[in-house]
Design a protein around this ligand. Structure first.
Ligand SMILES: *Cc1c(COP(=O)(O)O)cnc(C)c1O
Length: 362
């Protein structure tokens, strides 16, 4: 074959033809409020400790395949009696979700989610040959047990994903709803709590239900509240049997010794790394008040971002904000945009830019 072969000439899987690599634009602009990162990097002292841990980590030897030290630390962080054998970790919760679908999805099987929701789920499903089915949330984006159980009845999925707080709406699903769903199904129920630490009541977590339901998976990440998006660490808590299923499908040595070392240091400094969460929660609450004052609607959010709009041409608003150095995310329902809670300076730059843009377009 010619060295300049095009993708169209290669035997690509048919369902991948025409697909584009997923991802929000990574643009080098002053104010990046588009991917829900924590804007506060770890302190110099924590970074120095991470540097030491990296220097001491093995490079010539394979890492601990079971990542036991890290799983012990994650179990300790989660609390509620979670044991290390109930925890699984991988390169971001995107790999955790992929492990779950490799184990419980696959050809002839389905995963169900509730839209609008995280735009990565259909990609995990496609990559694992799992059918992706959805049911709509209520008009205010909440989710009740009847909707979930009705959709399970209709689609008969092997895996159900409930995202709470939901991305991109920020909507929390009450624990009572999750409990009722678990009482009514034997499907694997994945509760994606990527933003749980930012919720008004972070203690109302599905982790508290693990002792009662063997089909429950609580998915978490160190990318958001822990300010470790660059480290790529996601994890889940579930019954040991579900963890065993993930251990079967994971690639050997999937989590590098360096990733494990960085995450373990971060967990030792959890209080410091999480210290800015209160501030970001307050920034989110302020956004919920300020955005309506500027003349746009905002969806009530329990996460570190807000969905605002609606705009007749959201791409135009996105571009005009970008022209002023502020990057937000074009995602979610038609006409709406999502903005992440940033530092006070970043958030102010966003308000200033939006004020100008709204004057221009009105
Ligand atoms: C950001 C996010 C994650 C975390 O992804 P990582 O791969 O761990 O960085 C998971 N679920 C949702 C809904 C998210 O928004």
């Amino acid at each position: 074959m010619r060295p300049d072969v095009t993708l169209a000439e290669l035997p690509l899987r048919p369902e991948l033809v025409g697909e584009k690599p997923y991802g929000a634009p990574q643009l080098d602009v002053p104010v990046r409020l588009n991917v829900n990162e924590n804007p506060y990097p770890p302190s110099a002292q924590v970074r120095a400790e991470i540097g030491q841990a990296l220097a001491a980590s093995a490079l010539n030897r394979y890492p601990d395949r079971e990542a036991l030290g890290l799983r012990m630390a994650l179990a300790g962080y989660l609390g509620h009696g979670v044991r290390p054998e109930q925890v699984w970790a991988a390169n971001g919760s995107n790999e955790v979700m992929t492990h779950l679908l490799q184990a419980f999805g696959g050809p002839g099987r389905a995963v169900l989610s509730f839209t609008p929701t995280y735009s990565m789920y259909p990609e995990y499903a496609r990559n694992t040959h799992t059918r992706y089915v959805t049911a709509p949330r209520a008009t205010d984006y909440t989710l009740d047990a009847a909707t979930v159980l009705g959709a399970i009845e209709e689609h008969r999925p092997e895996v159900v994903v409930i995202t709470t707080p939901n991305n991109p709406t920020g909507t929390t699903t009450p624990l009572a709803v999750i409990e009722e769903v678990l009482s009514g199904t034997d499907a694997i129920v994945v509760v994606d709590e990527a933003y749980q630490e930012f919720a008004r009541h972070p203690e109302r977590t599905a982790v508290t239900l693990l002792g009662r339901f063997g089909n429950l998976v609580v998915s978490r990440t160190m990318s958001k509240a822990f300010a470790l998006a660059g480290g790529r660490v996601g994890y889940l808590a579930a019954s040991p049997a579900i963890v065993d299923a993930c251990r079967i499908v994971r690639l050997p040595y999937h989590l590098s010794a360096q990733t494990q070392a960085v995450a373990e240091v971060a967990l030792r400094h959890a209080p410091e790394l999480l210290a800015k969460v209160d501030e970001l929660r307050a920034t989110r609450d302020e956004m919920l008040l300020r955005l309506p004052q500027l003349g746009v609607e905002v969806i009530d959010s329990d996460a570190n971002f807000c969905l605002f709009g609606p705009f007749a041409d959201r791409h135009d608003v996105w571009q005009r904000l970008l022209d002023r150095g502020v990057l937000v995310r074009e995602t979610g329902p038609t006409g709406w945009l999502r903005v992440t809670a940033g530092t006070p300076a970043e958030t102010q730059a966003f308000y200033d830019a939006l004020t100008e843009v709204l004057e221009e377009i009105r």
